[in-house]
Design a protein around this ligand. Structure first.
Ligand SMILES: NC(=O)c1ccc[n+]([C@@H]2O[C@H](COP(=O)([O-])OP(=O)(O)OC[C@H]3O[C@@H](n4cnc5c(N)ncnc54)[C@H](O)[C@@H]3O)[C@@H](O)[C@H]2O)c1
Length: 284
């Protein structure tokens, strides 16, 4: 299966990052948001990011222009018709993703692969909304997508070997290292990571230590590049709660039971970096 044109649905933290990675790797990218202004703003953000790379001498001006020329911003789902691969990266909500897969199934060609960037949700549920469950899989990038080398390729029970091979090939063409994992909540990384992040919030809630000291302890004591609370702010607290809820639904393990403080913060609009406030304050 040769993929030249890639559709990305959703232009949040991850959709915009994956678009950048794919365009820099030579793929034609169609970036679809629900609103044209958001899609255009995402491409403007990409241009800004590329300009910074040019200023730092990490990217040639001519290469920046080529990358930008490969990206089309749209609000129309039909614009994804010619894509060989579509990766959805919309909100971590199963009903929303299932609706989207149903629509995408009618829009893209029969040979196209439909993939989800979900962090935890059952890929098989999305696959069964289509008439091509053999050509549906997870392609799970990490945040920030341009920097992180891992991609989890998630194999639902229905996926063909060709689909998984094409997904691995795409990840490698993007300069990433793919690992294959079965369709189980949290896959590898989040199943291991989220009990730790959740317990860090529990510790904060219990008054064991301040946010700053919890993060400093894990950086200095374990040599982690960032502390758990700063990482939750990077991921987004709304997304983190959705991830924990999906993990808890599947395993009923108390370590996955979202600490109430995190839910309250989401209700208060304290989502982390993307809202300007989470465990820390951010300039917007
Ligand atoms: N944040 C992370 O660290 C991270 C890492 C890997 C994977 N993911 C996954 O990527 C996906 C997107 O997460 P994100 O962090 O980019 O979130 P985000 O909040 O930054 O962006 C979510 C996007 O979904 C869109 N959206 C919201 N409701 C929608 C609806 N009803 N229909 C269609 N689109 C809708 C929003 O407009 C936005 O473009 C999720 O599945 C998440 O689990 C997130």
């Amino acid at each position: 299966m040769s993929i030249t044109r890639v559709g990305i649905v959703g232009s949040g933290i991850m959709g915009s990052g994956i678009a950048e990675v794919a365009a820099k790797s030579g793929f034609e990218v169609v970036l679809r948001s629900r609103r044209q202004e958001t899609a255009d703003a995402t491409v403007a953000g990409l241009e800004k990011s590329l300009n910074k790379q040019v200023e730092k001498g990490k990217l040639e001006e001519a290469e920046r222009d080529k990358v930008l020329a490969r990206v089309t911003a749209t609000s129309q789902l039909d614009a994804l018709a010619d894509c060989g691969l579509v990766i959805e990266s919309v909100v971590e909500d199963l009903a929303t993703k299932k609706d989207l897969f149903r629509d995408l199934n009618h829009v893209v060609g029969d040979d196209a692969i439909l993939a989800t960037n979900t962090s935890t949700l059952p890929v098989i549920e999305m696959a069964m909304e289509t008439h091509r469950p053999d050509r549906v899989c997870g392609i799970h990038f990490f945040n920030p997508a341009p920097m992180m080398s891992l991609v989890e390729v998630v194999r639902p029970l229905s996926a063909s070997d060709e689909t998984i091979a094409a997904a691995r090939g795409f990840a490698e063409a993007c300069g990433k290292t793919p690992v294959e994992v079965k369709d189980q909540a949290g896959f590898i990384v989040n199943a291991l990571l989220f009990p730790y992040l959740n317990n860090a919030v529990r510790m904060l809630e219990n008054g064991t230590a301040t946010s700053e000291d919890i993060d400093a302890a894990m950086k200095g004591g374990c040599n982690f590049p960032m502390g758990p609370l700063a990482l939750l702010d990077l991921v987004g607290l709304d997304t983190s709660v959705a991830i924990l809820d999906a993990l808890y639904d599947e395993f009923r393990d108390p370590n996955y039971s979202t600490v109430p403080l995190m839910r309250r913060m989401v209700t208060a609009g304290q989502l982390g970096r993307k809202s300007g406030k989470g465990f820390y304050d951010y300039k917007r």
